[in-house]
Design a protein around this ligand. Structure first.
Ligand code: NAP
Ligand code: GDP
Length: 331
């Protein structure tokens, strides 16, 4: 189901510009896109605006319309979401369902009403079915219920794919989505109770080092995850915006061979901090989905030569960023 309308090089009729509005532009992924664009030095004909919730509460349709009216984007990268790690998801399935359903419906319908040519939204490998074969690919998103721990977030995110298919079939819109695996990097949410595993472990190791206490890793450490560095994801996002013209989603991930256990992830953080204290596994805490191994074959078909930052290097850069920015980091 490839859209006829090719967006590459297609600009706004009045100004010749591609005006890209990024919702959730102040978060982990949004900040990474900002950094990669700065490193690129900008492209002729592209204008970018990055929104935070202070610019518009996207739960509110009037505020959503007002921000589209203000910026009149031709393209949207839609990142804004209620986001959290396993334990926040387990506590707040209702909030994850409702917030994300409202935000996504407001953004996609408003984009449609304002004639936005292309929207790239963000799903997640967390939303994949609980009982499945591996590796999971893009065709399997809806094949059975998601893991119980995060069903609210998962079903809300899956509905983006329903939106995208329906906007294409009814209105010819090229609204698509990417499916990243667990993301980490500078500007993550390092809150221990609410955040994802890597920022949580980085913050906990920082405290354990400072206080001379043990590092507590939650769960057995046996669960498996693929991690993507936010700056690699940002580079891939720019490619999707500029070049990828399918309505079907695309998984943005390292390959199945680069999957690591939570224990290996914790060891990478310990190594980056040169932490010499004790490491304890608290098996009273949940492991969540044991694995959600994703195939990146579709990505590799398009971009066979894309190079991911080595895991240990990316972890070291993220730990260094957290230490250097401790006072301003979200925690
Ligand atoms: P994040 O760091 O928590 O950032 C969330 C962003 O959404 C922030 O810019 C936040 O604005 C904005 N936002 C939240 N509620 C909003 C609202 N009601 N109105 C307007 N803006 C709102 O999240 P992230 O990790 O960058 O995630 C970006 C996208 O990637 C999300 O769609 C997420 O589901 C997806 N994803 C993330 C991961 C991961 O491991 N982090 C993995 C797969 C997919 P403020 O800064 O103003 O609060
Ligand atoms: P998930 O990938 O969607 O399940 O979310 P997370 O990024 O929160 O990863 C959860 C996995 O990491 C589970 O297996 C947890 O048991 C494990 N884990 C170990 N320590 C921590 C921690 O400090 N915070 C979080 N969120 N998870 C942890």
């Amino acid at each position: 189901m490839c859209a006829d309308q090719r967006i590459h090089g297609k600009m706004d009729g009045d100004t010749g510009k591609m005006r890209v509005m990024v919702t959730g532009g102040s978060g982990l992924v949004g900040k990474a896109i900002q950094q990669v664009l700065q490193e690129e030095g900008g492209r002729e004909g592209e204008e970018w605006v990055f929104l935070s919730s202070k610019d518009a509460n996207l739960l509110d349709v009037a505020e959503t319309r007002a921000v589209f009216q203000k910026h009149r984007p031709t393209h949207v990268i839609h990142l804004a979401a209620l986001v959290g790690g396993l334990f926040k998801n387990m506590r707040e399935n209702l909030s994850f369902w409702r917030s994300n359903i409202y935000i996504n419906d407001n953004v996609l319908q408003t984009a449609h009403e304002f004639g936005v040519q292309k929207v790239v939204s963000c799903l997640s490998t967390c939303i994949f079915p609980q009982n499945t074969t591996y590796p999971i690919d893009e065709t399997m998103v809806h094949n059975g219920p998601p893991h119980d721990s995060n069903f609210g977030y998962s079903y809300a995110k899956r509905m983006i794919d329903v939106h995208n298919r329906a906007y294409f079939e009814q209105s010819g819109r090229l609204y698509t989505a990417v499916i990243p695996t667990n993301v980490f990097g500078p500007h993550d949410n390092f809150n221990i109770e609410d955040g994802h595993v890597l920022p949580g472990l980085i913050h906990k190791t920082y405290i354990a080092e400072r206080e001379g206490t043990a590092l507590q890793v939650w769960g057995s450490g046996r669960a498996l995850r693929q991690f993507i560095y936010s700056l690699d994801l940002a580079r891939l996002f720019l490619w999707v915006l500029r070049e990828y013209n399918e309505v079907e989603p695309i998984i943005l991930s390292v390959g199945p061979e680069d999957e690591v256990s939570i224990k290996e992830a914790a060891e990478a953080v310990v190594k980056a901090f040169e932490f010499k204290g004790k490491v304890i596994y608290d098996t009273s805490k949940a492991d969540g989905q044991f694995k959600k191994t994703a195939s990146n074959a579709k990505l590799r078909k398009y971009l066979p030569d894309f190079t991911f930052t080595p895991f240990h290097k990316a972890i070291k850069e993220t730990c260094d960023w957290f230490v250097a920015n401790y006072d301003i980091a979200r925690k």
